[in-house]
Design a protein. Sequence first.
Length: 468
Amino acid sequence: MPPDRYDAIVIGTGQAGPSLAVRLAGSGMRVAIAERGSVGGTCVNNGCIPTKTLIASAAVAHTAFRAGEYGVALPGAPRVDMKKVKARKDAIVEQTREGVASWLRGTPGVTLLEGQARFESPREIRVGDARLSAERIFINVGGRAVTSTIAGLPDVPYWTNSSIMGVDFVPPHLVVIGGSYVGLEFGQMYRRFGSQVTVVEMSPRLIAREDQDVSAAVRDIFEREGIAVRTGAKCIAAEKGPAGVRIRVDCEEGSPVVDGTHLLVAVGRQPNTGDLGLEKAGVAVDKRGYIVVDDELKTGVPGIWALGDCNGRGAFTHTSYNDYEIVAANVLDGEHRRVSDRIETYALFIDPPLGRAGMTEEKALASGRKILVGKRPMTKVKRAVEKGETLGFMKVVVDADSKEILGAAILGVTGDEVIHSILDVMYARASYTLIQRAMHIHPTVSELLPTLLGELAPPGAKSVSATA
Ligand SMILES: Cc1cc2nc3c(=O)[nH]c(=O)nc-3n(C[C@H](O)[C@H](O)[C@H](O)COP(=O)(O)OP(=O)(O)OC[C@H]3O[C@@H](n4cnc5c(N)ncnc54)[C@H](O)[C@@H]3O)c2cc1C
């Protein structure tokens, strides 16, 4: 039997695949899209959507515990019902997953196939017993949690970002290995649900790719909530312990072990490329397994593209979705959009959140540019004071010669939203004075951006409001 012929095959229903499949079908193509797990991929099932839903519950708990500070008396101490917290999360995830699945099933020209897809040749894919062929194949297989780097893990029970989604109780003492984006979001969330939490991080500081002042402020935010932070943890190893798990940290200071009842491993991600049969298609991967692509997301094999986390060019829902936009524009509209045209941006959804765009101050300095920096603590942002949420700061880095904004970090209440007014000016490649001279709404966090940009100073020199 010859393979079933399609115009295009999409592997994986992450954040690029479904939109691309529907767009291709809309242009008249016959499209197959294969999914081996849950439709919607990481973001929908065990990434962005469930975590932000759980974080919303944790934020309500936190506010309830602080009610007295705002002059609000509650009838008793707030209590977190984790079964209900989980049920709320499950309902939102399921609704989203079903939405994507019925969108795909209901789109004329799209066939959704369940099962593991594997290349048989550069033009042929096998999904279970089905053989399919197409002139265009788009890989959107995403990634999964790394666990292999932690010694002793096979011998102790542990959670990853996926398995922790099934938890419907408050672990008495959660140890989180990994002080980066995923680990920090779960760490603060579970602390607010009522767990004792210890974050263990190998680097000398949390979120080590950020500036020192950002890492220090995040640590301060965590420690104020009673989260223990162990950085500089060399030789992390897990074993069974008196309370459940024991993590050997071998830190320079403090006890060489952390005892907890439960363990979450959040030490990074790896691409789902090992079981795709890429060698049969001649598609190259780098030494970490990421598919090698050019600036337009083409692999070295004509007719095969890779989008989303599996290409190593981004690790976010918005980068994966932007990959879809680039590929769709280039394949269907004859454009030449490129990955290098986009500006790095992301958020860390702790509370208060960190919104980031472009370069860190350290990177901007290392680039050899002459830079100016504006920094303002959230204690000097009236809206933050009014809300009783004054932790963090805003920082913008500007090229002193071109006057373009090089990067920003808004660690503070609504920082994940405020960052976009900076990001859009960066895309416009406009001078920072565009924001400086704009009239913003009072009282908002964003209203301080013009003020901040009026107080730029060379790095190290204290601008008018840089001190807390
Ligand atoms: C805990 C956590 C929180 C996150 N929070 C955020 C956030 O707030 N904001 C943000 O922007 N990003 C966040 N991310 C990252 C985000 O989830 C991913 O970047 C995003 O899902 C993009 O993934 P993707 O499109 O590459 O594929 P994925 O979403 O990973 O989906 C890939 C799909 O391909 C399927 N698949 C794999 N191999 C095969 C195969 N051989 N055959 C068939 N199907 C296959 C998988 O089952 C999966 O469904 C978070 C990640 C985690 C882990």
